[in-house]
Design a protein around this ligand. Structure first.
Ligand code: ADP
Ligand code: NI
Length: 216
């Protein structure tokens, strides 16, 4: 029963995200699902809720739905109901998706359950390390922002509104979000994985600026 639900959800998400070029493609979802299941094992979270929430977490992100925060949870809810999934699981998955997104340096988004904690951590781990670097520049290109502009200051957004409207560069995004993530994780298992990925981001930036300034 669960296997069938997961298999069909996988097909639904794969089809919806085909051709996505902003770093929210199917393979992002697949990596988040695999990392989330690994964290679920270590943290003792419910695997079915975690896998369904990970698979559905980006089906209708606010960045692509005119700022509508409710679109993702609503779509996940109708999809899971159409498969006959129990209301408790449906509500839990919708709640996890609704609370997942990073909304600015000064905006806390703590999940209520262990399942929410591991899915949020898995999504955030995919934003750092070598893959995080690739996704930041992919998303920046998608948005039409420069890779870097030394004249534009870093802004540590204090509200979700300002974060959404932020118009900096991809390198500023490292300071506005990526470098903050290791201290915004919920679980010890994720913090262990984050350490090496965070170091890579720092080394990457050091090298980037060294080349920019003609020191390397
Ligand atoms: P989350 O999954 O936490 O909501 P997002 O959907 O905001 O993350 O971001 C998806 C990917 O795009 C991440 O790797 C993120 O760092 C990157 N990204 C988001 N906003 C920007 C931006 N303004 N500039 C560059 N990269 C960005
Ligand atoms: Ni995501």
């Amino acid at each position: 029963m669960h296997e069938e639900t997961i298999r069909r959800t996988e097909g639904f998400v794969r089809e919806r995200l085909a051709g996505e070029a902003s770093g929210h493609d199917w393979w992002h979802v697949d990596r988040v699902r695999r990392t989330a299941l690994r964290l679920a094992e270590e943290e003792g979270a419910d695997r079915v809720v975690v896998e369904l929430a990970a698979l559905l977490h980006d089906v209708a992100d606010w960045k692509f739905h005119g700022g509508d925060d409710a679109a993702g949870p609503a779509l996940a809810t109708s999809w899971l109901r159409s498969l006959g999934v129990g209301e408790d699981v449906v509500a839990h998955v919708a709640e996890i998706i609704a609370g997942l997104s990073f909304k600015g340096a000064g905006v806390p988004t703590p999940p209520r359950t262990t399942e929410g904690a591991v899915v949020q951590d898995a999504d955030r781990l995919d934003a750092i390390g070598a893959i995080g670097v690739a996704r930041a520049f992919a998303y920046g290109g998608f948005r039409g922002q420069p890779i870097y502009d030394p004249d534009v200051a870093v802004e540590l957004h204090q509200t979700a509104e300002r974060y959404k409207r932020g118009a900096g560069s991809s390198v500023n995004h490292f300071h506005e979000k990526l470098l903050l993530l290791k201290d915004r994780l919920n679980t010890e298992s994720a913090r262990r994985i984050a350490a090496g990925r965070h170091r890579f981001l720092e080394e990457y930036l050091e090298r980037f600026h060294a080349e920019w300034e003609g020191r390397a």
